[in-house]
Ligand binder design. Structure first.
Ligand SMILES: Nc1nc2c(ncn2[C@@H]2O[C@H](COP(=O)(O)OP(=O)(O)O)[C@@H](O)[C@H]2O)c(=O)[nH]1
Ligand SMILES: [Mg+2]
Length: 701
């Protein structure tokens, strides 16, 4: 058993194809957690094990595996790097203490590298940079490391000197610990730390001096010491580096080959040495659920300690025909015990914990407990889903998981099977519960089921999963663009009045609101500024409910309205005729009246597009992007290739693949990921509104 401070939790993140899963396989193999090196390419990976992953040769969901190294237990969380599946990646970042940011020595920094790296900054998660594929044809590991520094704009420090690169890559020499790790293809598992070869001694000493300089610069006391004595002791260097990494003041860079696999043992040493223990995690932020309806839950924190009451955050749920559902949790505090009961603090239901397991692929071992800081799997939970928190019922706590990017890609689900509606709908809703990146709804007009996610592949995989699970052949309809609406102007003093007298009981409720735009991503904020009971307390949430319902229905074209702040400050009520329903109606009417005056606009999804094309095609590629209302962010050239980065509206690149192919005779590649929302230009907005043919529903009267 490992004590909590002997655990290291790392997520492996990066662009798709950068070598994350292969790296995880190499880490497991070198640590002897697997008997042979799993290979992504021959589908022997223990991590990409689902049918869909084998078929698409890519990680489509998060997988977890455990190994031990240097007296520590390392929980590896391998994440997808494909734009469609980043919800998994984001939720995984909420469960770990550090990330390995994988950057391919062939491709350098790519769009998803930037995106997921941005998330580690936002969430305050330290990163070790791993330059993968140091052995590959055309690898340029040193350039890739420089790119990390310039493109991601972070202070990096070299931790290793390379011994060869590309086809002559043999291994690495560590600068801090001064050991050589050289892999021989014929005996790749026998990489032992060797001495620094005399021929490399001078270069390694120089490298170490640079590292000392980098580390000294992160801390005043160390700078002082370094300036007076000209060096740091090994202990000062180690401690200084550990602190600098933990506080994201330095990003150490490692080189690996995961297919050979060398450099891996040095990286395992680094994870053990530099990744903060879970006991050092800042207190988890969350809330305490309230029993009062409509009340805002109180903010709370939970120490990452075994002494605190039990709590665990579900960051991933998988489904398998034989095993059923498996929930992966980070134990945030306390201790989980098998055959016990916890409270699902999100649903309010109690949840039976059966077994607690941990392992690699299908090779799982039962644990007799799981302490704070560990990442374990809980098979067959009944009613708990990804993002939920399970906690001691006497000390409830809801962990605030990393907010998910909005699903901006929607398509209708079509099928022939007679009477399949209910089966398809319930299977879709189940999938959405397991995968919070997937949203399921129904088209108001056609009654067709609509699935929304982060990308087109996400939705294709969704219908594949449905076919596998319930045997109904589903297809996707043409894309719907997930437009949103928002407002651009503040208004004050808007009245929402609902009054109805039709014999017997009447309905009466009046509210007065101010409404203003929030910054993008600010969400919906409802401020209760009622004083003196002009609206009775129990009806203040009713007004909010009415507003939220109306926002979901949109104002201009029926798209959900986002990023709005409403302040309710006055109202009127009637002792007999006021009710929850009447105040909901008043809220809805106030919202509509306010929206009409707030200059509502439509927001469209914008994708970050990266195209790699032959130099000769640069002009065509850029011209075409411009004609699609694109904004070129920059171009780079490497050898005879150009890399073009641009922002382009999603609606303009739905058929990009075939266009690019014909423009470049198939010699170009591209990747895109939805990045953010922007206000539609007026002409486009008019067209969108006209195309959807939206009419206000008068649900009120
Ligand atoms: N030569 C070489 N190829 C690698 C290495 N790591 C990964 N690859 C290849 O890169 C491709 C993508 O690898 P994978 O691990 O699935 O990438 P992921 O999408 O980031 O998980 C596969 O064809 C791997 O065999 C490496 O260290 N050296
Ligand atoms: Mg992968």
């Amino acid at each position: 058993m490992f004590a909590p401070d002997e655990i290291r939790n790392v997520a492996i993140i990066g662009h798709k194809g950068s070598g994350k899963t292969q790296l995880a396989e190499a880490l497991l193999y070198i640590a002897r957690a697997t008997p042979k090196l799993g290979k992504v390419d021959d589908k022997s990976s223990v991590l990409d094990e689902s049918v869909e992953e084998k078929e698409h040769a890519a990680s489509l969901e998060t997988s977890v595996a455990v190994l031990s190294w240097g007296g520590k237990k390392i929980n590896l969380v391998d994440t997808p790097g494909e734009g469609s599946f980043l919800a998994d990646t984001r939720l995984a970042l909420g469960a770990v203490d550090a990330a390995l940011l994988v950057v391919s020595a062939k491709d350098g920094v790519q769009p998803i590298t930037e995106r997921v790296f941005g998330w580690t900054r936002e969430l305050g998660i330290p990163c070790l940079v791993v330059i993968s594929k140091a052995d590959a044809e055309n690898a340029r590991p040193e350039d890739a490391a420089v790119e990390v520094k310039t493109r991601l704009k972070v202070p990096v420090c070299s931790m290793e000197a390379l011994i060869g690169e590309g086809s002559s890559y043999e291994g690495v020499i560590t600068l801090r610990t001064q050991k050589s790790f050289i892999g021989k293809p014929e005996a790749p598992n026998q990489i032992t730390a060797g001495l620094v070869p005399p021929s490399a001694k001078a270069a390694v000493d120089n490298g170490r001096a640079r590292l000392v300089d980098d580390v000294a610069g992160t801390d005043d006391a160390l700078t002082e010491k370094y300036l007076t004595e000209g060096d740091l002791t090994q202990a000062e260097l180690d401690e200084g580096l550990r602190n600098a990494v933990a506080n994201s003041k330095l990003y150490p860079v490692y080189f690996v080959s995961s297919t050979r696999p060398s450099g891996i043992a040095a990286l395992l040493d680094a994870i053990v040495d530099l990744v903060p223990a879970p006991t050092a995690h800042a207190p988890f932020k969350g809330t305490v659920p309230t029993v009062k309806v409509g009340a805002t839950p109180a903010a709370a924190t939970r120490a990452p300690s075994t002494d605190a009451p039990a709590a665990a955050y579900i960051f991933k749920t998988t489904w398998d025909q034989h095993a059923g559902l498996t929930s992966y949790v980070r134990v945030t505090s306390g201790t989980l015990k098998p055959d016990s009961t916890l409270l699902n603090t999100v649903t309010g239901n109690s949840e039976r914990i059966g077994k607690i397991v941990q392992g690699v692929g299908k090779d799982l071992k039962q644990l007799d407990h799981a302490a704070a800081g560990d990442i374990v799997a809980l098979p067959k939970l009944k009613a708990s889903r990804t993002t939920h928190t399970l906690a001691d019922d006497k000390h409830p706590f809801v962990y605030t998981f990393p907010a998910l990017p909005p699903p901006l890609f929607s398509r209708g689900v079509k099928f022939e099977a007679k009477g399949g509606e209910e089966k398809v709908a319930s299977a879709l809703y189940r999938l959405a519960e397991e995968d919070p990146g997937l949203h399921v709804g129904q088209d108001e007009a056609t009654r067709e089921m609509v699935v929304s996610g982060l990308g087109s592949l996400h939705l294709e995989i969704t219908v594949e999963r449905i076919r596998r699970r319930i045997g109904i052949d589903c297809r996707l309809g043409p894309p719907h663009i997930a437009y949103k609406e928002t407002i651009t102007k503040k208004v004050t003093g808007i009245e929402g009045k609902h009054k109805k007298q039709s014999g017997g009981h009447g309905q009466f409720g009046v509210c007065y609101i101010d409404m203003e735009p929030m910054p993008r991503g600010g969400g919906f904020v409802y401020e209760d500024a009622i004083v003196g009971g002009s609206i009775p307390r129990q009806f203040i949430p009713s007004v909010e409910k009415g507003i939220v319902k109306s926002m979901a229905r949109g104002f201009l074209a029926g798209f959900p309205m986002i990023d709005v702040k409403v302040r309710v400050y006055d109202g009127k009520y009637h002792d007999v005729d006021s009710s929850d329903a009447a105040f909901q109606m008043a809220g809805s009417k106030a919202f509509k009246a306010a929206a009409a005056q707030c200059h509502p606009v439509i927001l469209e999804p914008i994708v970050k597009l990266q195209v790699t094309a032959p130099l000769t095609a640069t002009g065509d590629v850029i011209g075409d992007i411009n004609s699609r209302r694109g904004r070129i962010l920059g171009t780079d050239s490497i050898d005879d290739q150009t890399i073009v980065n641009a922002y382009v509206p999603l609606s303009e690149v739905l058929e990009y693949e075939s266009k690019l192919k014909s423009m470049t005779q198939g010699k170009a590649t591209f990747s895109m990921a939805v990045s953010h929302l922007e206000v539609c230009p007026p002409m486009i907005q008019d067209k969108v509104v006209k195309d959807v043919g939206f009419k206000h529903t008068e649900e009120d009267e």
